[in-house]
Design a protein around this ligand. Structure first.
Ligand code: OMP
Length: 215
């Protein structure tokens, strides 16, 4: 685990972005933990999360021309990441996001921000079974731009449509890399390292055994 990943988990726990308990996921799976990116809800937490995404992007070495944040949770994340890339990594890249409903008046259309062009790096929150990200990827596929990769805060390393991980399916189906600030494995490693949360750790391990991908 890198120092920035440990710091990110601590930051997510402190802000109750990451919580342990019982949660029903979009896939219907019952999970002992939940990561709520909607709680990056202050100026300071957006500054921080943008820096973590930027670090994950630089570490991933993915080549890209612009950022795209899918509605809704990807929007502030892409925005914060664009700021961090410009401020800390000397990369002033364009960014765009979509709206859920197509607008027929004013500027019209579905995409707001920079026109989609070149290689798009998608910024999203979490991948579990991969349903949300598949929808956003379809939007890029329908444009003239190409998808360079996907960067998320948390890869839950769960099975997608088949036995392999949703992220592995995405990589195979679209020939693009998927990078994450942290994964379920990172979280389990953190709990093992910290000690003292044995009930949460056991629940996470049981969840991984039930829904984790075969690779
Ligand atoms: P999939 O579409 O199954 O990959 O689920 C990912 C989406 O579920 C995310 O974009 C979130 O909207 C939501 N989600 C979280 O926000 N945090 C979690 O820890 C888990 C989920 C989830 O429902 O799986």
């Amino acid at each position: 685990m890198f120092d920035y990943q440990r710091a990110f988990i601590q930051f997510a726990l402190e802000h109750r972005i990451l919580r342990f308990g019982e949660f029903i996921l979009k896939s219907g799976r019952r999970s002992p933990y939940f990561f709520n990116a909607g709680r990056f809800a202050t100026g300071q937490s957006l500054i921080q999360v943008g820096r973590y995404y930027a670090q994950a992007i630089i570490g991933s070495r993915i080549d890209f021309d612009m950022l795209f944040g899918p509605a809704y949770k990807g929007i502030p994340l892409a925005c914060a990441t664009a700021i961090a890339l410009a401020e800390h990594h000397g990369r002033d890249v364009p960014y765009a996001f979509d709206r859920k409903e197509t607008k027929t008046h004013g500027e019209g259309g579905k995409v707001i921000g920079a026109p989609l062009h070149g290689r798009i790096l998608m910024i999203d929150d979490v991948i579990s079974a991969g349903t949300s990200v598949r929808e956003s990827v379809a939007l890029i596929a329908a444009s003239r731009a190409s998808l360079a990769g996907v960067v998320i805060a948390l890869d839950r390393q769960e099975r997608g449509e088949g036995a392999v991980a949703a992220t592995a399916e995405l990589e195979a189906n679209h020939s693009v890399p998927v990078a994450a600030i942290i994964t379920l494995d990172t979280l389990i490693e953190y709990l093992l390292e910290q000690g003292g949360r044995s009930a949460e750790l056991a629940a996470m391990q049981a969840y991984r055994a039930a829904y984790g991908a075969s690779c």
